[in-house]
Design a protein around this ligand. Structure first.
Ligand SMILES: Cc1cc2nc3c(=O)[nH]c(=O)nc-3n(C[C@H](O)[C@H](O)[C@H](O)COP(=O)(O)OP(=O)(O)OC[C@H]3O[C@@H](n4cnc5c(N)ncnc54)[C@H](O)[C@@H]3O)c2cc1C
Length: 491
C-alpha cells in the first residue's frame, strides 16, 4: 500500500551501505522536513508557482503532481529520490521539460525538477564542459560559444540537455562530431537507492554505457561532462525552399545530393514545411507549404558556396537564404517553429534511403497536413555518426548512414492537434513498410510501448540495457521514460 504524503511514519532507516547522503534522507520524515532540506521551492497544488512548475513544452500535457521539488544539487536530488521511494510515490524527472511524451511530469506523484541545475562551466584549455542536469541547449551554447567551442545539441535551443543527451542527441553537428553521447566523457548520477556516483569509462562503465542512449532509466543525471570542439562562432547557412509542385523532384534531388556533402557540414530536410512570414521569404511564398533543405557549413564561406552550388542547378528552389550567421543564431533559428506551450505529437521511423516509394508518401503528407506548424524534419545521420561502433553506446538504432524521419503534429489548440495527430499516424503507417527501424529514435517515442522500445534498440542492446537496469534500478523506480524492463541476473 502506498503511504500518503502527510503520513507521519518516518523513512525507513537508511541501510548502512548507503553512502554520503544517508544521514540527510533519514531526517526527511515529512514534507516539512523535505522543505527544510531543499533550498529551493517544494511546491504542492495550493502553492503559488505550482502551475508554472508543472507546465511542460508540450501544452497538450496537463498533469498534477502531488509535489514538485525544485532541486539545486545532487544531494537535494538524492533527498527527493529517497523521499519518493520510501513513500511509494511515482517519480518523474524533469530536465528541460521538452519531451513530446510529457514523461517528466506525473499525476499525484513526485516531480523532481532540475531546472535550477542549469549551470555550465567550461574549461577552454581542456575543452571540457560540465553541464547541470537541468540546463537547456541555449545555456550550453551560450557558455561554450564564449570560447568558440561547441558540442552536438539539437535544432531547438529550448530543449533540455538532459533528455536529449540520454537518448542520443542529434542536431546540426551530428555529421561533424557524432551524437551528443559520442562526446560524453562522464556523468554524475543519483541512483534509485540514493547513492551519488560518477559514471565514466573507468568508473561504473556499464552505467556509463547505458546512459549513452538508454534514456533516464538508470538514475537522475545531475551533471554531464562533455568534450568540446572548435566550432564557429560564425557558420554558413544555406536554406532552400521548393513548393509542393516541385516536391517529388526536390526530394529526389536531396536523396542524391546529401551523400555527396563533406563530413564537416550539417543538414536537415523540412518536408511539408510552411514558409514563415519572415523578411527573407518572398511575400508570395509566406504561409505556403513546401519542402525545405538546410545545408550548414562549419568552414569558410567559399567552401560553403562550393558545397551548395549544385542545389541551384538541381531543381531550382523558389527562394533561398544564404548567409553567414553566429552558431548560436543557427541553434535558435527554429525556436519559433515549436514555441514553448504549443501542443505537439510525433512519431518517427528510420529510413535507410529516401526511395521513390518513401518520397511518394512524403509528398502526399506535405499536401494533406492541416496545421501550418506541422511538418516532417528529416535528420541525416552520417559522417562522424558512423565512427562510433554499434556496441560502444546504448544508442538505439543502426550506426550506418541513414535518415530519421520525424512526423511532427504541432498546433495551437486541441482540435487542430487531434486532426494532425491522425495525419501523423496515417503517414507513419504508410512509411512503416519502408522503415529500417519502426522503433526509431527513443527521444521521438511519444507512446513508448514496449514493442517500439525493443524495436528501437534491437534485441542485443535491449537485453544488455535490461541487465544494467536490473543492477541499478531493479524496482524500476525511474520508469517514466522509454522504459527498459529490469531483467534479473548478477547485480
Ligand atoms: C520541438 C522539439 C524539437 C526537438 N529537436 C530535437 C533535435 O533536434 N535533436 C534531438 O536529438 N532531439 C530533439 N528533440 C527531442 C528531445 O531530445 C527530447 O524530447 C528530450 O527528451 C528532451 O529533453 P528534456 O530534458 O528537455 O525533456 P524532459 O521532458 O525534461 O525529459 C525527457 C525524458 O528524459 C528524462 N530526463 C531529462 N533530464 C534528465 C536527467 N538530467 N536525468 C535523468 N533523466 C532525465 C526525463 O525523466 C524524461 O523521461 C526535440 C523535441 C522537441 C519537442
Amino acid at each position: 500500500m502506498r503511504a500518503g504524503l502527510g503520513c507521519s511514519r518516518g523513512l525507513r532507516q537508511a541501510r548502512p551501505q548507503r553512502e554520503r547522503f544517508a544521514a540527510m534522507t533519514q531526517t526527511v520524515r515529512n514534507v516539512d522536513d523535505l522543505r527544510a532540506t531543499i533550498a529551493g521551492p517544494v511546491l504542492g497544488p495550493a502553492d503559488p508557482g505550482y502551475d508554472e512548475a508543472r507546465a511542460l513544452w508540450n501544452g497538450d500535457i496537463d498533469r498534477r503532481p502531488a509535489l514538485i521539488v525544485r532541486c539545486g544539487s545532487a544531494q537535494e536530488v538524492a533527498a527527493a529520490v529517497g523521499f519518493g521511494r520510501e513513500r511509494g510515490l511515482e517519480i518523474a524527472v524533469r530536465g528541460g521539460g521538452h519531451a513530446y511524451s510529457g514523461t517528466s511530469v506525473c499525476d499525484d506523484g513526485l516531480m523532481i525538477d532540475l531546472s535550477r541545475m542549469n549551470a555550465v562551466t567550461v574549461d577552454p584549455a581542456a575543452r571540457i564542459a560540465r553541464v547541470g542536469g537541468g540546463a537547456t541547449l541555449a545555456d550550453l551554447d551560450a557558455a561554450t560559444q564564449a570560447h568558440g567551442l561547441a558540442v552536438t545539441g539539437g535544432v531547438i535551443s529550448h530543449t533540455g540537455v538532459g533528455g536529449l543527451t540520454l537518448g542520443g542527441g542529434m542536431g546540426w553537428l551530428v555529421g561533424t562530431l557524432g551524437l551528443a553521447v559520442d562526446n560524453l566523457l562522464g556523468a554524475e548520477v543519483v541512483l534509485a537507492d540514493g547513492r551519488i556516483v560518477h559514471a565514466g569509462p573507468l568508473s561504473e562503465p556499464d552505467l556509463f554505457w547505458g546512459l549513452r542512449g538508454g534514456g533516464g532509466n538508470f538514475g537522475v543525471v545531475t551533471e554531464f561532462t562533455f568534450a568540446l570542439h572548435p566550432i564557429g562562432p560564425e557558420i554558413q547557412l544555406g536554406l532552400f525552399f521548393w513548393d509542393l509542385d516541385q516536391g517529388a523532384d526536390a526530394l529526389r534531388f536531396c536523396r542524391d545530393f546529401l551523400p555527396t556533402l563533406p563530413q564537416r557540414s550539417g543538414v536537415l530536410i523540412g518536408a511539408g514545411l510552411t514558409a514563415p512570414a519572415a523578411p527573407f521569404v518572398p511575400e508570395s511564398f509566406q504561409g505556403v507549404a513546401g519542402h525545405a533543405l538546410v545545408v550548414v557549413g562549419f568552414g569558410s564561406a567559399a567552401e560553403h558556396a562550393a558545397m551548395i552550388e549544385p542545389v541551384r542547378h538541381g531543381v531550382p528552389p523558389r527562394f533561398e537564404l544564404v548567409t553567414p550567421m553566429p552558431y548560436v543564431a543557427l541553434q535558435q533559428m527554429l525556436d519559433d517553429a515549436a514555441p514553448w506551450g504549443i501542443r505537439g505529437y510525433e512519431k518517427a521511423v528510420d529510413l535507410d534511403e529516401l526511395t521513390d516509394d518513401v518520397i511518394t508518401v512524403l509528398v502526399e503528407a506535405a499536401a494533406t497536413k492541416t496545421s501550418p506548424m506541422s511538418f516532417i524534419p528529416i535528420f541525416r545521420l552520417s559522417g562522424a555518426f558512423c565512427d562510433t561502433g554499434p556496441d560502444e553506446t546504448a544508442f538505439g538504432g543502426s550506426r550506418s548512414a541513414h535518415y530519421v524521419c520525424n512526423l511532427n503534429a504541432i498546433a495551437p489548440d486541441a482540435d487542430a492537434l487531434a486532426t494532425d495527430r491522425d495525419w501523423v499516424r496515417r503517414t507513419w503507417a504508410a512509411l512503416k513498410p519502408f522503415a529500417s527501424n519502426t522503433g526509431s529514435y527513443v527521444n521521438f517515442l511519444v507512446e513508448a510501448d514496449q514493442d517500439r522500445v525493443r524495436a528501437s534498440y534491437g534485441p542485443a542492446t535491449y537485453d544488455r540495457l535490461a541487465a544494467v537496469k536490473y543492477r541499478y534500478d531493479p524496482e524500476n523506480l525511474f520508469h517514466r521514460n522509454a522504459n527498459i524492463q529490469p531483467r534479473g541476473g548478477a547485480r
